[in-house]
Write a protein that binds this ligand. Structure first.
Ligand code: SAM
Ligand code: SF4
Length: 349
């Protein structure tokens, strides 16, 4: 997608969302990538995501049931032009019916690309089944390969399970397996170097994500969070990094070839180099709320419409209206920035 200069609506004369065609906002950005949170629950407690005691989980009847979700996925793909679907959470591997939902998504026409973001626990024994169900791509989150630091970051001693999950994903043919890392403000740069060595050795593609103000406890600190430029400099002291010549498109990661390739590393500078002008995403929470942005202050309640008996036309129009109101950018660097009420785990990262 081409970058859109934000600030001035590109369709100033259009008062409301178009009722056909692509899922578009007032800035002319088109959403083709849907992020679906399957649950807000998780079996880890990453410090930058949720508190040690967990959160007040959504009650079971608030969550979309698999059949409700599958209906929304059908509307997204067949009416709104969604071309790729990523399942996330919370931890999607603890959600009900993941394999069935993946298989139902794979049966849609035109078939969307299907991806999963997971912490990897339990993936070792489920990767092959997910691949058979239709999963195309996977991202496994891993911030350090040091067992003590892993336990400190996630508050659980589960590094071995995550490594088993990564190996299972590769063995199931979900390659290239991608690894997502959010770096610790203190030890992160040392972790980054070890993590890249590990990923290059195993053929996993590593991408660093700048920490964003989406933690439930509002502890994010702009001054201490690791920034893309610092991570790049730390890596360059140990590896030869050259810009990946492949076109980046709307992908948020800036990619580098490691020591001449074919290994690559990505850096997602979500805070320091905002890329909202190329955003092609729409989001659905586990309780059926459409969000046009991670940082939206507004949501559209599709679950209420579904359960109230709305037909597909009404749901489609509500989704289009939510997208139409997508903000220009996340605004993290604006003086008046307000962190959304929902933390990352309840939106779906
Ligand atoms: N539990 C799964 C996992 O960890 O991969 C999926 C959900 S998690 C919310 C999705 C991604 O968001 C993970 O890669 C995680 O590292 C990232 N994440 C969580 N909190 C974040 C934050 N405050 N800033 C940036 N990324 C964050
Ligand atoms: Fe769980 Fe993922 Fe949040 Fe870590 S980042 S606590 S694994 S939802």
């Amino acid at each position: 997608m081409t970058m859109v200069a934000l600030g001035v609506p590109s369709m100033p004369n259009a008062l409301s969302a178009p009722d056909t065609g692509p899922l578009v906002d007032t800035y002319g950005r088109v959403a083709t990538d849907l992020r679906v949170s399957l649950t807000d629950r998780c079996n880890l407690r990453c410090t930058y995501c949720m508190p040690a005691e967990g959160l007040d989980w959504l009650p079971g009847d608030a969550l979309l049931q698999p059949d409700e979700l599958i209906r929304l996925l059908r509307i997204a793909v067949t009416r709104l032009g969604i071309k790729s679907v990523r399942f996330t959470g919370g931890e999607p591997l603890v959600a009900k019916g993941l394999e069935r939902i993946v298989a139902a998504t794979a049966a849609l026409q035109p078939r969307p690309e299907i991806a999963l973001t997971t912490n990897g626990i339990g993936l070792g024994r489920r990767a092959a089944g997910l691949k058979r169900a239709g999963l195309d791509r996977i991202n496994v989150s891993l911030d350090t390969v040091d067992p003590q630091r892993f336990a400190a970051t996630t508050r659980r001693n589960r590094l071995a399970d995550v490594l088993e999950g990564l190996a299972g994903a590769a063995a199931a043919g979900l390659s290239p397996v991608k690894v997502n890392a959010v770096l610790d403000p203190g030890t992160g740069l040392a972790d980054a170097v070890e993590l890249l060595r590990f990923c290059v050795a195993h053929g996993y593609q590593l991408r660093f994500i700048e920490q964003m103000p989406l933690d439930a406890e509002h502890h994010w600190d702009r001054d201490t969070a690791q920034r893309a430029d610092g991570v790049l400099a730390a890596l360059q002291a140990h590896f030869q990094l050259t810009p990946d010549p492949a076109p980046r498109g709307s992908a948020p990661a800036e990619l580098w070839l490691v020591d001449g390739g074919p290994a690559k590393v990505g850096i997602i500078a979500s805070v320091s180099h905002e890329f909202c002008g190329a955003c092609d995403r729409t989001r659905l929470t586990a309780d059926g709320q459409v969000r046009s942005c991670l940082f939206s202050q507004r949501e559209k309640d599709l679950r209420g419409l579904l359960r109230g008996g709305a037909d597909d036309d009404v749901i489609e129009a509500a989704w289009r209206a939510a997208m139409w109101a997508k903000p220009a950018g996340h605004g993290i660097n604006d003086p008046g920035f307000v962190q959304p009420d929902r933390p990352m785990s309840a939106i779906g990262g």
